[in-house]
Write a protein that binds this ligand. Structure first.
Ligand code: ATP
Length: 607
């Protein structure tokens, strides 16, 4: 197949904005594409060479591209650049400059050819072999793929040489699209759904689209699907299976704003914590290799080596696909940290070992899509959960999200409050009978988030009443301190948070010595706590703390029962500002009633 045929279609597509016409042009293209190159045609049309999850980037730096264009058109790099700023698209610039060159040289060429022909005729030679051969899809694809795979020293030079040679064989119109492709600017406005539509028109009935979509959701490689469709028909596509190593398009949640509305949709729901982190799809392949994919199906395996090690330890089976949320985690307090912390781990290519230390994570698995050769997406949520729990032994950085079957608003609210308290951003209610609907957003999963997101603008001064032993990097010192407010009405100290962030290394090391003089064998009777800490102190030291917000808490005693029966208040994501309030004694610390007032204000402000 000639590359020119793709270019013809691309031009037609660029000249229309009508979706139906675009689909028709595409399906016409697919119909006339030989089955052995249809995968390449699909990838090229998406402006790629492989499925996205392969992670092979074609992008050639613009500087290199300009060098190549300059070499082919004999126009100075500066002038190419100028033209680019004028026209706005390097592909179009290439087409223009190549045409200019042809126009300028055509007279010379014609004259030269006349001379050459005369000489050839005199010599009795046929020189028609030197006429340039039209580019095929296979050639363009192969050269671009070679360019994409080149790396290391000297690769830039080699990339330019290969691109120049490809352009020298191209017509100006073809060169335009080659340049658009190598600079990853082939923006035809064709989404995967348009390709699926066009494939179903070309090779099946429009009503059979559902089969192609299902295959795509389980195995999102449209090039491969097109090839199977063209070679084996719809039956072939229907037999495409979920496969460890190939990401599955994730199931997504709808949202609702009241618990009552959720219970109306799912009368008896499996309610889970909604962790605020990075969605992770974990594939354990037959050969023991583990691959991790992001929500966008990018291969993020290299970014989380510690998860891979622990996942291998936790998994019992030969292969599997699991889904979960990876959150930043304070190993010392057991607290889940805000998303900003885990975001430091995202997209990182360097300094990964240091990042593992600085931003420890924990993966909470919430679904199992495949195990030991069996596609579990068709099974119910409860069946999948059972398999998940038997396949994964929580250990190290791997845990399983908890869930509770809930059919009433009171329990729902309790679960929700507890979720916020442990650092989650809300809950996800799931229909217990539902299958895993890959790639679909539906009412079988409903998310319900904290509505009154806020920032605590004021700092508070809290009293240190206890401490927890440090682990990992904090071994030998405290991992976190137990902090309390003062309640003057009852003359007690009521716990309000664990404080584990905001300390520099020197402060951390000095903590045990600093608190040695306040150590007690058991909890001071002025301290009210539902938490058992490793060390107890005489309430003495006051520290300035800034938190994200105040939430209801089933474990802290600050203002217990004042807002809600059996619930206290907690400061979420507390951070030491670095200021020791030596000017305050514990009775001058922030009072419980101040915290209650702050909570009420917060509610009002964000209602
Ligand atoms: P969406 O994923 O719905 O498009 P989004 O990317 O903004 O929206 P959220 O609004 O945060 O994400 O809600 C859905 C996400 O919640 C899921 O994609 C998943 O990453 C995350 N999540 C956290 N905990 C769970 C859980 N227990 N079950 C399912 N998803 C969870």
């Amino acid at each position: 197949m000639l590359y020119k045929e793709l270019v013809d279609t691309y031009e037609k597509i660029e000249n229309t904005s009508k979706r139906l016409e675009i689909t028709d042009y595409l399906s016409d293209l697919f119909k006339k594409t030989p089955p052995d190159v249809i995968d390449k045609v699909v990838y090229l049309t998406k402006g790629r060479l492989h499925p996205d999850f392969w992670g092979i980037e074609l992008g050639i730096a613009e500087k290199l591209t300009i060098k190549s264009i300059s070499a082919v058109t004999s126009v100075q790099e500066d002038d190419v650049l100028k033209k680019w700023h004028e026209v706005g698209d390097l592909g179009t610039v290439t087409e223009i400059l190549m045409r200019d060159k042809i126009d300028k040289t055509s007279i010379q060429v014609i004259n030269q050819k006349r001379i050459d022909d005369t000489i050839d005729a005199e010599k009795g030679e046929d020189n028609s072999r030197s006429i340039k051969k039209p580019l095929t899809v296979k050639t363009v694809y192969a050269v671009l793929d070679d360019i994409a795979r080149l790396s290391g020293t000297g690769s830039q030079k080699a990339k330019i040489q290969m691109l120049v040679s490809l352009l020298q064989h191209a017509e100006p119109r073809e060169a335009k699209y080659i340049i658009k492709t190598v600079t990853e600017r082939l923006r035809l406005g064709i989404g995967d759904m348009s390709i699926i539509d066009a494939l179903s028109i070309a090779f099946a009935n429009k009503t059979d689209k559902i089969v192609i979509e299902r295959a795509y959701n389980l195995y999102p490689d449209l090039g491969m699907i097109a090839k199977v469709l063209a070679n084996e028909g719809l039956d072939g596509v229907a037999s495409i299976r979920i496969t460890p190593g190939i990401p599955v398009r994730p199931m997504l949640a709808e949202r609702l704003y009241t618990i009552e509305d959720i219970l109306e949709k799912i009368s008896s729901a499996a309610v889970e914590n909604k962790y605020d982190g990075i969605r992770m799809q974990c594939h354990i392949c037959n050969d023991g290799n583990v691959k991790l994919f992001s929500r966008r199906l990018e291969d993020i395996t290299g970014q989380f080596p510690e998860i891979i090690i622990d996942l291998k330890k936790s998994f019992t089976g030969s292969n599997g696909i699991f889904e979960g949320e990876c959150v930043a985690f304070n190993q010392n307090t057991g607290e889940i940290l805000p998303f900003q912390e885990v975001s430091h781990r995202r997209g990182r290519k360097q300094g990964i070992i240091q990042a593992i230390e600085d931003y420890p994570v924990c993966l909470f698995l919430f679904d199992c899509l495949y195990k030991d050769g069996e596609d579990l997406t068709v099974k119910s949520y409860l069946e999948r959960r059972k398999i998940l729990e038997s396949a994964i032994k929580p250990s190290g950085k791997i845990d399983i999200s908890n869930y509770e079957m809930i059919d009433n608003a009171k329990d729902f609210e309790k679960f929700f409050d507890r979720s916020l308290e442990i650092g989650c951003e809300g809950i996800v209610a799931k229909s217990p009978d539902s299958a895993y609907m890959a790639g679909a957003r539906g009412w079988n999963w409903i998310k319900y988030k904290r509505e009154y997101k806020s920032e605590m603008v004021d700092t508070v001064d809290l009293v240190v009443v206890g401490a927890f032993s440090g682990r990992g990097r904090r071994a030998g010192t405290y991992g976190a301190l137990l902090m309390a407010t003062y309640n003057p009405d009852r003359d007690v100290f009521e716990t309000v948070c664990k404080l584990g962030t905001g300390f520099d290394d020197a402060t951390l090391t000095s903590l045990p010595a600093k608190f040695e003089q306040y150590k007690l064998n058991k909890k001071d009777k002025s301290v009210e706590s539902r938490i058992e800490s490793d060390y107890w102190f005489v309430p003495s030291v006051v520290m300035e703390v800034l938190g994200a917000e105040i939430t209801l808490s089933p474990i802290h005693t600050c203002g217990l029962g004042s807002i809600k029966e059996d619930f206290g208040l907690a400061i979420r994501f507390p951070r030491f500002t670095g200021r020791w309030r030596e000017d305050k004694d514990p009775f001058n610390a922030t009072t419980t009633s101040e915290i209650i007032e702050m909570y009420r204000l917060q509610l009002k402000r964000f209602k």
